[in-house]
Every structure is written in C-alpha cells, then in structure tokens.
Design a protein around this ligand. Structure first.
Ligand SMILES: Nc1ncnc2c1ncn2[C@@H]1O[C@H](COP(=O)(O)OP(=O)(O)OP(=O)(O)O)[C@@H](O)[C@H]1O
Ligand SMILES: O=C(O)[C@@H](O)C(=O)CO
Length: 422
C-alpha cells in the first residue's frame, strides 16, 4: 500500500469528519484508531486517517503520539501528512496544535506550514486570520464556554504564536484570490524571514482548492476538513489519485439494538437532545453522583435494559454552560471530564455486551473514551448523515457507529443517524 495522503487527527470525531470528506472527494480512505498494529488487515486505500485522542492531553504526550503516527504514515509512502485539528481551533496556550506542528515540521524539514481550520460547509471561515463560526467571531461563539478549552481569541495568528516556537505569518484572502503562484511567493518570502507557519484565510470551497494545490507541494499541513477537501481535490486533479466511488463502508445491514450517548455540552448537541426527547426515551445522567463515586453507569444500564428491547434510547451527561461550570468548580475540570467520559465508556461497553450493535455518540472526547473501551481498531466510511458525520462500519466485527463532533449535525441529528444506520 502506497498512501497518497497520510492524516493524523487529534480526536476521533474529527478523524471521521476528515475520513468522510476525503471519501466524498474520491479518495479511498480508512480511519484507524491509533497507529495500526501489524496484524490489522487494511483494504487498499489512498488515505489513512490515524485517530488519536491528543487534543486535550499533556503537550509532550500529544507530540510523541503524533510523531509515532507520522512515522507509520511516512513508512507507507505518504509524502504529505495533514495534522487534522478542530475547525474551531480547540486548544489552549499550552497546546496542543503548536507543539505538535513544531515537532512534525522539524521531523520532515518543512520550511513553512500552511494552517487553516476553515470548513465553509459547516460555517467555519477565516478572514484576516480571524476565525468565524457562522456569523460570529470564534470568541463570541458557543466555543467561549467549551468545557475543556474555552476559546477567547478569534485571531489565529496570535493564538498559534502563543503555542508555537516559530513565528506565524498570515496569507490573507487578497493574496489567495490572486492564485496559487501568489501564495507560493508569499510563502517563499516568509521562509526567507524565518517564519515557519502561516495561517491562511479561506471563505469558500474554491479557496480551499487553491490552498490544496499549494499544500500538496509541501510535506506537512495543519487544518480541519476544509484543507482535507482541498488536498483531496488536488490529488485527484493532478492525477496522483484516481477518483473512486464513495464509501467502502456501505455493507450489509447490521441490525441489533440502537443506543445514543451524548457527552458533548455544545449548544447544537443540547438542542439535538431536546428534539430526541420527542422520539425516544432519554436519561439525563446525574453527574454529581458520578463525581462522588455512585454507580451511575449501573443506574443507566438498569434504566436502558427494558427500554432497548422496545427501541432506541439516549443517555446524556450534557448540561448547560452554567451547570458545567458549577460541576467543574466543585470537582475540577479534568476530573469531571474524565469521570464522565469513563462512565460513558462503562455504559457503552455493557450495552454492547447485552446486544447493542448500533451506537451514536456525541462529542469527540466522549467518542474517544467509548471507542477505546470497545477496542475497535478502525472504521470504513459509509453514508453521510450530516456534514462531517458519516456512518462508520467497524473493520472487525459487525457494528455501526456514528461519532458526532459536538457542534455538527442538524436539529434532528439522532433521528437522521438512525435512519441511515440499518
Ligand atoms: N455535565 C457535564 N459537566 C461537566 N463536564 C461534562 C458534562 N458532560 C460532559 N462533560 C465533559 O465535557 C467534555 C465534552 O467534550 P467532548 O469532546 O465529548 O464534546 P465536544 O467538545 O462538544 O465535542 P467535539 O470535541 O467533537 O467538538 C468531556 O470531557 C465530557 O466528559
Ligand atoms: O473539525 C471539526 O470541527 C470536527 O471535525 C472536530 O474535530 C470536532 O471535534
């Protein structure tokens, strides 16, 4: 297998978002959980997205895991590696975007790394280096209240500079609009000045195509699914990849019980849970009980057991920003996040033991905890439920999953997912 594109994603929902984008753009793609072991049989593919759970861990660990993934991908022929980050640039001043970018850049000897979280299809655009979420700047969006990495600065040149050892430049929309050659010469200028990374504006898909063309000439890029789209289109248009029909994951029906788990506290997920209450039983976990050692997972399983025999159920820890802040004030941010994620993993593990074969999980960290516990080594990409969220088919074993990024999906996401997961 010689890869046309290697990808390292800093969380599992982000990885499935990217795998979905690459698949729809014509690349045969597989999503692996962590660096694949030698005995994992992978189909012949153009791109591998290695999923890590490295967005909110200590920076040095994020660096070492990303490096291991890079070594594996380059060893399979990937001359370009995309480090997939969140389209809302989820990070803190300690990292992990800057430290991982610096390490991968040093490893491959890249002069200037192009960086953009733009993903116009989901409303993420970058102008003058400022990230917009829909119509508002990042720091006015719901991301200002994120439980793990509240985003308070929409200027990504500043945000990245605080995390990286290199200087950060800006390729603005005016330059980008003049075409690939204009971008190339600005990057050459940056390189001469020792600027090692450049945030690049992007508002429309056509901007991503120009970015993809230039990025594909380099060894490394950093961004969300938008730059993935640009890279995929560049690989197809330059003939490096022969465009394939989408979706190796559209196999036979799986059947079995359907359970939904939500750990994301994003506004989008809160609305989706409220709407799901109309079509399935919903249990709201008592997060205080989780943090004080009660067996809340068992209470949830006792609740779910008889109901699952009748149809799908949803179990959620999700709460409003005020309730999240209150819980974190009592128990600490990381302790709260970790304990709730592990409870979700306990619930998922036991639901699968008792017959659930279709799982819909909301939230990147939550999805990471669940997929790790289920020991699923990788996924093939099936139908698209919503922008950035495909149906995933486990490579080993008969299971379907949907891993939804917190902010993605329409108001009826859970029903939309169930319709496509047969
Ligand atoms: N009620 C709650 N109070 C405090 N923290 C919570 C609560 N419910 C969930 N959490 C934690 O909040 C974090 C949510 O992160 P997660 O990545 O799952 O969702 P997200 O950030 O909205 O999704 P994404 O990363 O895909 O955008 C997890 O660590 C989860 O355990
Ligand atoms: O880019 C995004 O917004 C998503 O793929 C994601 O990474 C959310 O966790």
């Amino acid at each position: 297998m010689t890869l046309a594109l290697g990808c390292i994603a800093d969380d599992y929902t982000g990885a499935s978002d990217l795998a979905n984008t690459l698949t729809r753009a014509g690349l045969r793609t597989v999503q692996t959980i962590g660096v694949p072991t030698d005995d994992l049989k992978l189909p012949e593919v153009d791109a591998v997205v290695v999923s890590l759970k490295s967005r909110s861990i200590e920076a040095s660990l994020a660096v070492s895991r990303s490096r291991a993934a890079e070594t594996w991908l380059r060893g399979r022929g990937a001359s370009h590696v995309l480090f997939k980050i969140c389209s809302t640039f989820d990070s803190t001043d300690a990292g992990n975007i800057g430290p991982v970018m610096d390490a991968l850049r040093a490893d491959c000897g890249e002069a200037v790394v192009l960086v953009t979280p733009a993903f116009p299809e989901t409303g993420r655009t970058v102008y003058q280096g400022n990230l917009f979420v829909g119509a508002v700047p990042l720091n006015e969006s719901p991301l200002k209240d994120h439980p793990l990495n509240p985003m308070h600065d929409s200027n990504l040149v500043r945000v990245l500079a605080r995390q990286s050892k290199t200087q950060v430049g800006l390729v603005d929309l005016a330059t980008l609009t003049r075409g690939a050659e204009a971008v190339r010469s600005l990057l050459a200028e940056f390189s001469g000045k020792g600027i090692g990374a450049a945030i690049i504006d992007a508002v429309f898909d056509r901007d991503l195509e120009t970015i993809g063309l230039v990025a594909a000439e380099h060894r490394l890029s950093v961004g969300a699914s938008g730059i993935g789209l640009g890279l995929a289109r560049a690989l197809v248009s330059t003939g490096k990849v022969k465009s394939a029909a989408a979706g190796s994951g559209q196999g036979a029906a799986v059947g079995g019980q359907v359970a939904c788990l939500a750990g994301s506290c994003s506004q989008a997920t809160l609305q989706q849970i409220a709407n799901a209450e109309r079509v399935m039983p919903v249990l709201h976990l008592d997060t205080e009980r989780i943090l004080t050692g009660a067996n809340e997972a068992q209470r949830a399983l006792d609740w779910a057991g008889p109901r699952l025999a009748q149809g799908p159920v949803l179990i959620a820890s999700s709460a409003t920003p005020a309730d999240v802040a209150a819980l974190q004030a009592r128990h600490g941010r990381d302790a709260a996040g970790h304990a709730i994620e592990q409870t979700m993993a306990d619930i998922a593990e036991n639901l699968v033991k008792s017959g659930a074969r279709r799982l819909i999980v909301a939230g990147g960290e939550t999805s990471g905890a669940v997929v790790d516990r289920l020991k699923i080594p990788g996924f093939l990409v099936g139908a698209e439920i919503a922008a950035g969220v495909p149906v995933l088919r486990a490579v080993a074993g008969e299971m379907l999953l949907a891993l939804k990024s917190g902010n993605f999906g329409g108001p009826e996401f859970f029903s939309d997912a169930m319709r496509l997961m047969r």
